[in-house]
Design a binder for this molecule. Structure first.
Ligand SMILES: Nc1ncnc2c1ncn2[C@@H]1O[C@H](COP(=O)(O)OP(=O)(O)OP(=O)(O)O)[C@@H](O)[C@H]1O
Ligand SMILES: [Mg+2]
Length: 245
């Protein structure tokens, strides 16, 4: 039996009196591409924090490829093969593109997990279409390029599970399509399992295999894009507004 790449059970995250996540149970199979959607404040980013070691969930379990990692550090999640981007880009604005990717590579390579194969740095720069921009100062790049750089930095840690938190936010419609194509291609090239949070539902639904919907910290629905698009609960909680926009 093949283990799921990600398996969470009864995941809860409480901030004081606020339940940002309650009793979320879901699995992501190896190689799967899953979209996560839901209204602002639904708990999507909190979900990523809880499955990447940023927050220790208040309850529940977090298994990465069968291994229980709840309570471990972001570094331990990284070593287990989890990489993520942040809703607010976390690049080093005063460093070059190359140095940003190099830094991410070194972070991921602590303990020699990648066997120190530095050719990965050039490979991910090429594959995220940043070749030719290696010497540019990251903070001076346009938003779409900075997003590509974030993805490159995540890839430079040699992940197996890639978590993307609104990597297409603030981009033009055409750029959103480009990012979607890029992610899909990277998934194939690196054999990644991908979870992608995005409000651009139209593009997301065309790209992913499966969609999970969070609402008020709960998993409202989980299914194929077609099932989710036709789900009355999802339409009234979220999709009605998004599609109208
Ligand atoms: N560190 C924190 N302390 C207290 N409350 C928090 C914290 N982080 C998140 N929250 C709250 O938890 C809820 C879920 O927030 P979260 O950022 O996960 O939502 P989201 O689905 O990512 O929203 P968006 O689509 O706007 O990014 C919100 O009510 C938020 O204010
Ligand atoms: Mg968020």
């Amino acid at each position: 039996m093949s283990t799921a790449m990600l398996s969470v059970q009864g995941l809860g995250m409480q901030f004081g009196g606020l339940k940002a996540l309650s009793d979320v149970t879901m699995e992501v199979r190896k190689g799967e591409f899953v979209g996560v959607i839901g209204p602002n404040g639904a708990g999507k980013t909190t979900f990523f924090h809880a499955i990447s070691g940023v927050h220790v969930p208040t309850s529940g379990t977090v298994r990465i490829d069968g291994r229980e990692l709840r309570g471990q550090s972001p570094d331990a999640f990284c070593r287990a093969g989890v990489a993520r981007t942040f809703q607010t880009p976390r690049i080093f604005g005063d460093m070059t593109v190359l140095d940003n990717v190099r830094f991410a590579f070194l972070f991921g390579n602590q303990g020699g997990r990648q066997g120190g194969d530095a050719s990965l740095i050039d490979k991910v720069i090429d594959e995220t279409h940043l070749d030719g921009l290696r010497g540019e100062i990251a903070g001076a790049l346009p938003p779409a390029r900075q997003r590509q750089l974030e993805i490159a930095m995540a890839l430079a840690t040699a992940p197996r599970l890639l978590l993307l938190d609104e990597v297409a936010a603030g981009l033009t419609e055409g750029e959103v399509e480009d990012v979607a194509r890029l992610i899909a291609r990277l998934r194939d090239t690196y054999g990644l399992t991908v979870v992608w949070i995005e409000h651009a539902v139209r593009t997301l639904m065309k790209t992913v295999d499966r969609v999970a919907v969070l609402n008020f910290g709960q998993l409202l629905a989980d299914g194929t894009p077609a099932e989710i698009a036709a789900n009355p609960k999802v339409i009234s909680a979220y999709l009605g507004d998004e599609v109208a926009e």
